[in-house]
Ligand binder design. Structure first.
Ligand code: KIV
Length: 257
């Protein structure tokens, strides 16, 4: 087993697993010094490309950004999201996942559960492609946002789905926007780590979209804490630059040849 994945597994019930997304080398280089997992998320569709959902992102988009991210990663586990439609059947999933792994040198792929693709996960793992699962609010398959696991019936269904993903061989699982009760139960019942986003403090780890937590994406739902306000920082720098160019204060002798 990949050493980096072993390390992630060993953190279960010991220390929290810290994860963030990256789409470029410059951000990945910073994250690499601090986090356990970097995800090249298909959230780039919304964040970078301005799409209203993640559905039109292509495998080539994901591969291009992963190649950039990979240049900034030395030690962190690098996981790559499979875009919608790229794993719609076992044969296609294997071909595309192998392409992502071999062209980018990433460590694992993530795919969203549609409650039917357990066999696909199993096949990828058999072919030595480590898989991270993803349940709850799965934007590739669900049209309307809803917090999942709010009734006993829903919690039972989510637990069953999580267990099937574990049984298929996934090394961890993202829980997106689950009730605290369901996230807690699933985290206790699984032996693989759970990574929460909007799913309470009970998960084994946490993930956020980096652009959201840096205050640059403009998307700040309840589960996002803005750890910085980069929009303001960037705007101030741009204003200062504009002023200095107009006032002929930049460039001065030391800025040119
Ligand atoms: O695409 C993404 O960034 C994700 C995280 C939100 C888990 O899937």
């Amino acid at each position: 087993m990949n050493k980096k994945i072993k390390k992630i597994l060993s953190k279960k019930n010991k220390s929290k697993i810290v994860c963030l997304t990256a789409y470029s080398k410059s951000i990945a280089k910073i994250l690499d010094k601090h986090v356990d997992i970097i995800l090249v998320g298909d959230s780039m569709a919304n964040v970078l490309y301005g799409h209203k959902n993640t559905h039109k992102l292509t495998l080539d988009n994901i591969i291009q950004h992963t190649l950039s991210v990979k240049m900034g990663v030395k030690k962190t586990l690098l996981v790559v999201d499979m875009p919608k439609g790229s794993y719609s059947n076992t044969k296609f999933a294997l071909k595309n996942a192998q392409k992502v792994m071999s062209t980018t040198g990433c460590d694992a792929i993530k795919l969203e559960s549609n409650k039917k693709n357990f066999v696909i996960i199993k096949k990828l793992i058999k072919k030595k492609i480590p898989v991270m699962g993803h349940i709850g609010f799965t934007p590739q398959f669900k049209k309307k946002f809803k917090v999942e696991g709010q009734t006993k019936r829903e919690i039972t269904k989510l637990l069953k789905e999580a267990k099937l993903i574990e049984k298929a061989g996934a090394f961890s699982i993202v829980l997106e926007c689950l009730s605290a009760d369901s996230a807690n139960l699933i985290t206790k019942k699984l032996s693989i780590p759970t990574i929460g986003i909007g799913s309470s403090k009970y998960c084994d780890g946490q993930i956020l979209v980096t652009d959201d937590m840096l205050g640059i994406s403009g998307f700040y739902p309840k589960f996002v804490k803005k750890f910085a306000n980069l929009n303001r920082v960037i705007e101030n720098a741009v204003k200062k630059y504009t002023r200095e160019v107009k006032l002929r204060k930049f460039p001065i002798a030391k800025n040119f040849f």
